[in-house]
Design a binder for this molecule. Structure first.
Ligand code: MN3
Length: 198
């Protein structure tokens, strides 16, 4: 089925001052749209236009680099918009998530430090992730559009560390962007929904 650019689930101004209207206009309207348009063309060329998005991501990995890059980035961004909300972030987590982070990742403070470190140490473009693998939470990082789906895990939270995600608002200060994402933007309700369905 054809990929479609979803509407943002909030107004372009909603995430200010942590993520500006200008960043969301470029990031959603230009970057994400390009992944959708290119992905649709390349899916037809690869004969994968009738597969679900997840199947395109998994089946193109390592085989069709152009299609994989665009389809995976479409998948990543569909969820990235929903992983943020106005008034989000911080350490008031839904109980089930708090429990899993305590038992699998050593508590919220360690989760926060390790998640930010994953994003900070991803050299060049990529993503930092919180995923469920074999029933347990894990933190990881991936280059470019790659995501945990192709490593047998289900991503329940991800943060985009491509420069287009933070350069307008934070210039080169990627750690400050990651700190703001964790403290003020994460939509823990959507993380919980992904966790319960993982
Ligand atoms: Mn992006």
């Amino acid at each position: 089925m054809a990929f479609e650019l979803p509407e943002l689930p909030y107004a372009y101004e909603a995430l200010q001052p942590f993520m500006s209207k200008e960043t969301l206009e470029f990031h959603h309207d230009k970057h994400h749209k390009a992944y959708v348009d290119n992905g649709n063309k390349l899916a037809v060329e690869a004969g994968m236009e009738n597969l679900s998005l997840e199947e395109v991501v998994k089946q193109s990995f390592g085989k069709h680099a152009g299609l994989f890059n665009n389809a995976a980035q479409h998948y990543n961004h569909v969820h990235f918009w929903k992983w943020m909300k106005q008034g989000g972030g911080g350490n008031k987590l839904p109980a089930a998530l708090q429990k899993a982070i305590d038992s699998d990742l050593g508590g919220y403070d360690k989760f926060k430090a390790d998640f930010i470190a994953a994003g900070t140490t991803q050299f060049g473009s990529g993503w930092a992730w919180l995923s469920v693998k074999n029933g347990k939470l894990e933190i990881s990082k991936t280059p470019n559009g790659e995501n945990p789906l192709v490593h047998g895990a289900t991503p329940i939270l991800g943060v985009d560390v491509w420069e287009h995600s933070y350069y307008i608002d934070y210039r080169n200060a990627r750690p400050k962007y990651l700190e703001a994402f964790v403290d003020s933007l994460i939509n823990w309700d959507y993380v919980l929904e992904r966790y319960e369905n993982a």
